[in-house]
Design a protein around this ligand. Structure first.
Ligand SMILES: [Zn+2]
Length: 290
């Protein structure tokens, strides 16, 4: 192939040495026609492919929905239930922690709630059904004072050892009681002892909230140890585990709040903590704080 610039031709040689001359203008015309044909060809190819037969395809409409969701909010479809959570994290430079109280309600619940209210603190309570039936007014009292009421099972058994039906009973029966007392079911559960497996996670259609600061209050039963262990381990975004049934824990709560407030911490419920951090909570998953 020889481009002949002066004459405006490109010359091709066939096998028998015969020349074929093509003018620049005709090459230009061919290119223009090809460019015009591209959209038509593209459409034809798309129509020829039967997308209904292709699995795992990504539809443009899906991508559009995902992009819109990531800009504004996330829409999580968990089973048939739809949970909408704002996933925009609040970056105000403040530190946040969630105090969580397990194994109540009990004889200290109202006193604890008063103490939290006095210090302008909101906390989450993981309550046991067996105790709820004896302290219904304490559940209502905590709820009415802005505390978050969560599900810690009916009998505080190791859920890993139970059948699907028994796990469902452990959670649903507590939710039924809560619905009767405070008019709503728990958004979250905490498996007793934090014991978990796939069966438990798949059976309970709620997020499982565990912890990342364990005060070991049930073990030490020592107010000073509870305070120092908490202050030493706590960090922004943490979930602190305590048990509201011990006087030693009750006595540790106010000093912990005061010290942590001095260090710039704000106390929020589990729901608020995850909203602030921009993490949507999904059913059947475990959350330990951040
Ligand atoms: Zn417990």
């Amino acid at each position: 192939m020889k481009p002949n610039l002066r004459s405006g031709y490109i010359t091709f040689y066939k096998k028998d040495n015969k020349k074929i001359k093509i003018s620049y203008i005709s090459i230009l015309l061919i290119i223009i026609v090809m460019l015009m044909l591209i959209p038509i060809l593209e459409n034809t190819i798309f129509n020829l492919i039967d997308y209904s037969k292709i699995d795992n395809r990504i539809k443009i409409s899906d991508i559009k929905v995902r992009i819109e969701a990531s800009n504004v909010k996330s829409e999580l479809y968990v089973g048939e239930e739809e949970i909408e959570e704002n996933i925009e994290p609040i970056d105000d430079g403040k530190k946040y922690v969630a105090l969580t109280f397990d194994d109540g309600p009990g004889k200290y619940t109202k006193e604890l709630v008063d103490l939290l209210v006095k210090n302008n603190v909101k906390a989450s309570f993981f309550m046991v059904g067996q105790n709820i039936k004896n302290y219904k007014s304490s559940v209502k009292y905590a709820y009415d004072n802005g505390m978050e009421i969560c599900n810690h099972s009916q009998n505080h058994k190791n859920l890993k050892n139970l059948s699907k039906e028994d796990i469902e009973y452990e959670i649903n029966s507590v939710d039924d009681m809560l619905e009767e007392i405070i008019g709503e079911r728990a958004r979250y559960y905490r498996s007793p002892g934090g014991n978990q497996n796939e069966n438990v996670l798949n059976t309970i259609s709620k997020p499982c909230i565990l912890w990342n600061v364990d005060t070991r209050d049930w073990e030490s039963r020592d107010t000073q140890k509870i305070i120092s262990k908490t202050l030493k381990e706590v960090d922004d975004g943490d979930i602190i585990l305590m048990h509201e049934i011990y006087k030693t824990t009750l006595d540790a709560v106010e000093p912990i709040i005061i010290k942590l407030k001095e260090k710039g911490y704000n106390f929020v419920t589990v729901t608020e903590l995850y909203k602030i951090k921009g993490v949507p909570l999904e059913n059947g998953k475990i959350y330990y704080g951040m």
